[in-house]
Ligand binder design. Structure first.
Ligand code: TXA
Ligand code: MG
Length: 322
């Protein structure tokens, strides 16, 4: 059992300006009082996160939104009504109450209400919004279990253990303009889901930095080379490689096979993605990883976004296999 502390004790740590790792439905977060710049600075230090990458602020009640953002855009409330608590982050013009360190100096702040009882209770008991990035070292694999947090951030003394994350990949990050929504980071909530609420909106995925620092090309990387089958050439002895299967097939010759899914199920693959990457990273017998791609539809887009970024530094960039 990783955990150590009750939610009440964790809330006291947040109130005192400390850090708490906590479960959300997407991935585990590394939280601090979003209104305390010194506390937020500790997040950047522990994660070794560059100061240009802004944090998401988590709230437990829709009323808290007004403390943080200037917007009274009715579309926000329609989205919140449908998707909160849940894996949708909305980037909005910020109020001065939100310290610049949270938003990396941007005039906007990303806000979401997580769909996890421990997270919601922690926010309520702390009495403040909680800024939290994923609880991993910058650029590395996101944590979907408390033990993943412990592995990468052993210095964090308080990790609330909520078991495996129900969704498994990070929230969809969007912003709104006069035309509609723009997806800054793909996630569990898809453009089609958003269109149910904003039907007039042309769906748009931002493609370039610096629209969102989350669009960095390399991210979510295991400490070993990873290749996407059919996308990038790899050299190496597959008897020393791990294979991630999506359709349940088990090719011969690999040292180890693990499953994103056994039946081409995208939801299952999202839930399993970071966990199987952690297992492959931890397996001393596996020198590199080969993953089956998944179809880029629905949440498959978010899964391929994560896999492609994990593989980016090993990919055949010149040929456009990004
Ligand atoms: O599911 C999630 O979103 C998880 C859990 C813990 O809530 N959090 C998470 O945080 O994934 P992080 O820091 O790993 O990713 C936040 C993303 C980054 O890509 C960041 O660049 C983007 O959100 N972001 C945050 N504030 C933004 C802003 N004001 N403008 C544009 N992008 C922003
Ligand atoms: Mg992250």
């Amino acid at each position: 059992m990783i955990i150590s502390k009750s939610i009440a004790e964790a809330a006291q740590i947040i109130k005192n300006g400390g850090l708490v790792a906590f479960p959300t439905e997407t991935v585990y977060g590394l939280g601090a009082n979003a209104l305390d710049p010194d506390a937020v600075a500790k997040i950047f230090a522990v994660k070794e996160r560059p100061s240009f990458d802004p944090l998401i602020v988590h709230i437990a009640d829709i009323k808290d939104l007004k403390r943080l953002v200037k917007s009274d855009d009715l579309r926000v409330y329609a989205l919140a009504e449908r998707f909160w608590p849940g894996p949708l982050t909305i980037v909005l013009p910020k109020k001065d109450t939100v310290p610049d360190i949270v938003t990396s100096g941007l005039p906007t702040v990303g806000v979401r209400m997580p769909d996890n009882d421990i997270a919601l209770e922690l926010i309520r008991m702390s009495g403040c919004p909680i800024s939290a990035p994923s609880a991993n070292k910058f650029g590395r694999i996101s944590p979907t279990k408390a033990e993943h947090v412990k592995k990468q951030l052993p210095e964090v003394e308080c990790i609330l253990d909520g078991g495996p994350a129900a969704v498994g990949i990070e929230s969809t990050v969007i912003t709104l303009d006069n035309n509609g929504f723009i997806i800054l980071r793909e996630g569990f909530i898809t453009a089609a889901d958003l269109k149910e609420i904003l039907p007039e909106s042309p769906s748009k995925v931002a493609e370039h930095e610096p629209a969102s620092p989350g669009l960095l090309k390399s991210h979510y990387s295991p400490l070993k080379p990873i290749f996407i089958e059919g996308r990038s050439e790899f050299k190496g002895d597959i008897s020393k490689a791990g294979y991630l299967s999506f359709d349940g097939s088990v090719p011969a010759g690999f040292k180890k096979v693990d499953f994103l899914s056994k039946s081409s199920d995208l939801r299952e693959a999202a839930i399993n993605l970071f966990g199987v990457l952690h297992r492959m990273e931890d397996d001393a017998q596996v020198e590199f990883i080969v993953s089956q791609p998944v179809p880029e539809s629905g949440i498959g887009r978010a899964i391929m976004d994560r896999l492609t970024k994990a593989a980016y530094q090993y990919s055949d960039k010149e040929q456009g296999h990004l």
